[in-house]
Each structure stands twice: as structure tokens, then as C-alpha cells.
Ligand binder design. Structure first.
Ligand code: TMP
Length: 215
């Protein structure tokens, strides 16, 4: 099956500002006359949102790292089949706040489950779907923690700075390995400057696919 749309994913450590930029890009593409399909992980399907509440609740029910990875993969599988594949086949632009790279970074690398194991767990879930463009919002862990203070401090602080440092390292290494797909966006700047970088990267992707919009 030929995938005609453009699949863009947003990645970064907690507090990197990626969701703000995802929302800004969504608005900008709409103003351009495009109708992007916007989803987040885990979630954006009925069962995916239920899985999200299990995964992101701050109570301390015991959960092995493999169980965690399987739950993220289950939510992803539902999202890929129910939303992402149909949208791409329909020629849409799909914006996804986190995707497979998050599992590789958080569970695989930082958590210690192993990148290969997480890849294996996800193989059937993603069905060969790969983002055309992945934006990594890069910020120091200390700045990210400062921004997050008071918001979702429980979860972040329970993971700790070292864990997030490893997540950040994974993303930067990924960008070195896959420079065509993965672009690092320095995120310790003005929101408007970051937005301009994001829009430039995305516009190049749209132009390459001949997707234009009205405006
Ligand atoms: P967010 O809503 O701030 O993006 O938070 C989602 C959290 O879930 C974030 O701490 C990262 C985590 N996460 C994983 O650990 N693995 C995954 O595969 C995904 C999608 C998210």
C-alpha cells in the first residue's frame, strides 16, 4: 500500500516544550488550508486513552519495564491501524506527539530494557510505518525540570534527572545516526524562534511531497 501523506513526529524529554510547538504547528497548517490529523501517544483512540491512564497514573502500582513497553506498543498498534494508516493513505499530514522513538529512548535505552527488545516488541505494532520527519526538541535536563516544576512533578521526579539525561542522549545519538529523518531543534529559545525552525523543516517536507494547501 502506498503511503501518500506526510508523517511528522514530535520527540523530546518531558518539559522540552514539544507539545506547545505541536499545537502551534497544527494552527499554522490549518491556516495554510491543510487539515492535519493530530494525535498523541499514548492515546488518541478510546483504548489508547485507557492505556494512557494506566501508564501515566502517579500511583505506584508495580509494573515491570516489559509490561510498560507492551502497553505503549498496544496503544501504538491501535493508533496506527485506526488513525495513522488511514490518514496517510488519504494523503493527510499526520502530527504525532511522540511515537516509537519515545519507547526506544525511555524504555529501551534509559530504562535499560534494551533498544533491540523494544524494537521487537513494537515490530508488529508499527507495521513498517516510519515517520518522514522527526523533530527532537532538545533542552538540558536541568532547564526541563525547572520548567516542569509544579506541573507533573511526581512522575518526573520519580524518574529522576539521570534517567532524563539518558533519554536526551538517546535522541541526540538518533539524530546523528538518521540525519535525514531526525532534526534537532534547540529548545532553550524563544517560542517564536523555535516555531520558525519547525515550520521551515515541515515546509521542506511538504514541498518534497508536493503537498501545498491553499494559503
Ligand atoms: P507527554 O504527554 O509529556 O508526552 O508524556 C508522556 C510520557 O510518557 C512521557 O514521560 C514519556 C512517556 N512515554 C514513554 O515512556 N514511552 C513511550 O513510548 C511514550 C509514547 C511515552
Amino acid at each position: 500500500m502506498k503511503k501518500k501523506g506526510l508523517f511528522i513526529t514530535f520527540e523530546g524529554i518531558d518539559g522540552s516544550g514539544k507539545t506547545t510547538q505541536y499545537n502551534l504547528l497544527r494552527g499554522r497548517l490549518r491556516r495554510r488550508g491543510l487539515d492535519p490529523v493530530c494525535v498523541r501517544e499514548p492515546g488518541s483512540t478510546v483504548v489508547g486513552e485507557e492505556i494512557r491512564s494506566i501508564l501515566l497514573s502517579s500511583d505506584d502500582r508495580p509494573m515491570t519495564l516489559l509490561t510498560e513497553a507492551l502497553l505503549y506498543a498496544a496503544a501504538r498498534s491501535q493508533l496506527v491501524r485506526e488513525v495513522i494508516v488511514p490518514a496517510l493513505e488519504g494523503g493527510k499530514v499526520v502530527l504525532c506527539d511522540r511515537f516509537l522513538d519515545s519507547s526506544l529512548a525511555y524504555q529501551g535505552y534509559a530504562g535499560g530494557l534494551g533498544v533491540d527488545t523494544v524494537m521487537a516488541v513494537n515490530a508488529a505494532a508499527v507495521r513498517g510505518i516510519r515517520p518522514h520527519l522527526t523533530l527532537v526538541f532538545d533542552l538540558s535536563v536541568s532547564e526541563a525540570l525547572r520548567r516542569e516544576r509544579g506541573r507533573k512533578a511526581d512522575r518526573i521526579e520519580s524518574r529522576g534527572a539521570e534517567y532524563l539525561q539518558r533519554v536526551r542522549e538517546y535522541y541526540l545519538e538518533l539524530a546523528r545516526k538518521e540525519p535525514d529523518r531526525v532534526r534537532v531543534i534547540p529548545a532553550a529559545r524563544d517560542i517564536a524562534e523555535i516555531e520558525a525552525d519547525v515550520y521551515r523543516e515541515v515546509s521542506e517536507g511538504l514541498a518534497a511531497l508536493g503537498i501545498d494547501g491553499r494559503g
